[in-house]
Ligand binder design. Structure first.
Ligand SMILES: [Zn+2]
Length: 369
């Protein structure tokens, strides 16, 4: 397809940050973490990114950040390994041990372009490690607020990368509040992976990589879903690839959650457009114990627009799925087993003959606790 044809099929927009709720627009490099109305922002741009190495190889779906600011830690093309009838996408093999490196690469590169010198995040695990790896490599100071009880292995990983880690009494929400207070008081940039549109943009690389590996006919993709960054990155990435004529239609996206903490499944099954404030428990799938994701409405819309669904998994199924994965040589964290178990139930119910399950994080982090 010629460049002219591509241009005629896509809307011409200079890169900017746009509100998903009130349509307010902000400069692409304006240092803010949400809209003035309080809702999350999205990057809108018809400019392709600049091709580089690591995740930057997927220029079509990357944000427009020049080569001199692009940061990579050598993100590989992660393998797709068939396990039973499920195609496991091994994103736990990323540099810091989780898929979150894709988003950290673009967010930290943007921070370099925007002149950020000091950043703060909150995390209970993989995001804190990924952000620490990339901010550390960029030479930008990072403070990570974690809720008390966060595994010492994950705290240690962030510290070794050079971050300051602060343990906060209370819940994950208390850690978020402490991080935002730190940002307001000290002028540090709040680089939250749950809110940042740049983080989400990096996860679009997952869509381009799957099309490179499997061709244009992509089976349903099952994703462990907490804040929904992987699922929304896939949705946005495939949307862009449809616009570019690389694929004909969006593959079905499937959110997998632990039943004890399943606000997305509950809202999807009830036909609601947003997440209701319900009480939930804590699952052993610790990466997805998110009760009120900032982009909840966007996740529900992505599931419905793609013709996908949402599946809840019991704790016992989770343990069985994790153990099966390890016994087959796939060393992932318990959270990843949510996708494997949900993919198996999709297959056994006859809704699909095959499915991709995203393996989100390395099991090494759990064995060293
Ligand atoms: Zn707004």
């Amino acid at each position: 397809m010629t460049h002219e044809k591509v241009r005629s099929r896509t809307r011409e927009t200079a890169p900017e940050q746009r509100c998903s709720a009130c349509a307010s627009r902000y400069d692409f490099l304006e240092r803010r973490w949400r809209c003035d109305c309080g809702r999350p922002l999205t990057i809108e741009s018809s400019e392709p990114g600049v091709a580089g190495s690591g995740v930057w190889r997927y220029a079509d779906v990357m944000p427009p950040i020049s080569s001199r600011f692009q940061l990579t830690l050598g993100e590989p093309v992660t393998p797709v390994l068939p396990v039973g009838g499920v195609l496991c996408k091994l994103d736990h093999l990323m540099p810091s041990g989780s898929f979150k490196d894709r988003g950290a690469a673009t967010l930290v590169s943007w921070c370099r372009a925007a002149g950020v010198l000091d950043a703060v995040v909150d995390s209970s695990g993989n995001a804190g490690a990924a952000m620490s790896a990339y901010f550390g490599a960029a030479g930008i100071a990072l403070t990570v607020y974690v809720p008390e009880g966060t595994s010492s292995t994950k705290q240690q990983q962030a510290r070794r990368y050079g971050s300051t880690v602060v343990e906060v009494p209370g819940t994950r929400a208390d850690a978020s509040e402490a991080a935002r207070a730190h940002a307001a008081e000290r002028g540090a940039f709040y680089a939250s992976h749950s809110w940042s549109p740049l983080f989400l943009h990096g996860l679009r690389s997952l869509a381009a990589e799957l099309v490179d590996q499997l061709g244009p006919e992509i089976p349903p993709i099952v994703v462990p879903t907490g804040a929904g960054t992987a699922l929304l990155g896939l949705f946005q990435g495939f949307k862009r690839l449809v616009e570019l004529g690389r694929i004909d239609k969006q593959p079905r996206l499937v959110a997998a959650q632990a039943r004890v903490c399943s606000p997305i499944v509950s809202a999807f099954k009830a036909g609601r457009a947003s997440i209701a404030g319900e009480d939930w428990g804590r699952s052993i799938a610790e990466g997805i114990n998110i009760v009120d994701p900032p982009r909840g409405s966007e996740i529900l819309e992505a599931l419905r627009t793609s013709g996908g669904t949402a599946i809840a998994v019991d704790e016992t199924e989770l343990v069985d799925a994790r153990d099966e994965l390890w016994q087959r040589g796939v060393m992932v964290e318990t959270t990843s087993a949510t996708a494997f178990a949900a993919a198996q139930s999709l297959l056994s119910s006859g809704q699909s003959r095959t499915a991709i399950a995203l393996m989100t994080g390395s099991g090494l982090k759990e064995t060293m606790q």
